[in-house]
Design a protein around this ligand. Sequence first.
Ligand code: ZN
Length: 475
Amino acid sequence: MRSRPQQPARRNAVLRREAVVAAVPVALAALLTAAGPATAAGTAGAPGAGDPYFPLSGNGGYDVRHYDLTLGYDPATRHLDGRAVVTARTTRPLTRFDLDLDGLKVTGVTVDHRRAAFHRTGQELVVTPRRPLRAGREFRVTVDYGGTPRPVTDPDGSPDGWIPTDDGAFVAGEPQGAMTWFPANGHPTDKASFDFTLTVPRGRTAVANGILLGQRSHHGRTTFRWRQSEPMAAYLATATVGTFRVERYTTRDGVEVYNAVDPREAAEAAPVLGKLPSVLDWESGLFGPYPFRAAGAVVDRAPRVGYALETQTRPLYDAAPDLGTLVHESAHQWFGDSVSLTRWQDIWLNEGFATYAEWLYTEQHGGRSARQAFEALYATPAGKDLWAFPPADPGGGEHIFETPVYARGAMALHKVRTAVGDRAFFRILRAWAGGHRHGHGTTAAFERLCERESGKDLSGVFRTWLHTGGKPASP
Ligand code: ZN
């Protein structure tokens, strides 16, 4: 949560670049759907998933089932060695297809164990198998690669991806950084299971998502094997490396907790991390069963990052979090991680919900009510950032982590709550998390659910609070 204030100069350069993209939506759409020369054997897979905010994120023509990533990282040289085995299924006949990979050097690609031709263009790794792939067929791509990973700078100016720290790397990928460290179908529409085999110098810890299968030291290096069995969007994957203190336990509900904490942050983090089981328990009571087998946290010291991320099962904190941030990233496990976005424009479904979870937590733990939080925000004068755009329409990738998405998104949920009453509202939250568990959602689907569960026409609420910019005339 909470991206830090932007640096205006950097931001302008980015806005100009985005403006060019925004000016050619038709051409762009054509580019993304036109799949290259068609032959009887098939067509080339599209270079993007068709998301106007991040046109080259993800790819067309296939669906990933599983990523098996074997990585070695040396913090001293910042060198990463990788082999990715991607198991996928074609959704149409393909003569070639793309994976997203930014930087790094690819040394070899195979498709179903045969050498395949490949080339790089921008963030696209274009793979041409020896023979075209039939529709609906499972195939396996192996990519060998290595080099010095570099984070991308997002349109909002934040670093995203493999971000070096003084003792390792803080590995966060929202919205587009997965491609800085593994070849990915980098859009949340495509979720897959993951295996990670991570080797680092002995004394360092490499933390990924899911369950720790094992750890073994040999010749001065330690290998950690992690498995994320529930489906995960590429941007929620991590392989964070550092000098960490590790704490492990199993909750009453049988969730395996693994916390990795930078010793410099440990004293400040301890009281907040100690509340993780009770926060997850409280959220399960409101949102329905916790969606994953594993949980935990990585508390790093990563001063240049400026944000925390809801990495699946194990949120990443750039410093010791406060309780509100822990509640926020934990709520994302339901809203954002289990229920994924279909397009980045709908980001309020992640951030508005996680912010509202913070309000609810405060309300139910002796603090100010959600209504008071709403009213305090409503007092913000017209013309301020809060009212800059409607939460369901940020207007571009450079705005997805701005105040209207978080705070106005939470306000919109509060308006739904007051319109339908508490019983229906909490039923809606559970139905949303349960009905789209390990799947996807859209703003339109959420609106339909609210009306179905409440039996009310909520079009006015949605129009005013989700789709119209400016400060609404009445609270
Ligand atoms: Zn968030």
